[in-house]
Design a protein around this ligand. Structure first.
Ligand code: FES
Length: 110
């Protein structure tokens, strides 16, 4: 999890007990579509659409700290969004996640 300065940038995305390890939740906010991911108890948020083609990564799966696209098989590092194998060659945007009073919050404007 990461912290930023202003509280204004944070939105509630899920209750902390809503996502089990390996599960994802689709979030739409600020004109963006994102995925909140529970990777073995650590939470990450990335763009929902694969950077290779506009295909939802929600159909993929989490393994360790990576997210696999189910269309062509690229894996993305959830920490920095970088692709680990082709055909994707552009990173996903990542968003800071924090826990506040039982809510997982993401920052979309930082
Ligand atoms: S659409 Fe994700 S790897 Fe091709």
């Amino acid at each position: 999890m990461t912290s930023t300065g202003s509280d204004d940038a944070w939105i509630d995305a899920a209750r902390v007990d809503e996502l089990q390890p390996g599960q994802m939740k689709r979030i739409a906010a600020g004109g963006r579509k994102m995925l909140l991911c529970n990777a073995d108890g650590q939470y990450f948020c990335v763009d929902e659409l694969c950077s290779h083609e506009d295909y939802s990564l929600w159909f993929g799966c989490i393994k360790g700290k990576t997210l696999k696209c189910s269309l062509h098989g690229s894996h993305f590092n959830l920490v920095d969004g970088k692709p680990l194998n082709e055909p994707a060659d552009c990173p996903l945007r990542t968003y800071p996640v924090r826990l506040r009073e039982g809510s997982l919050q993401i920052a979309i404007n930082v």
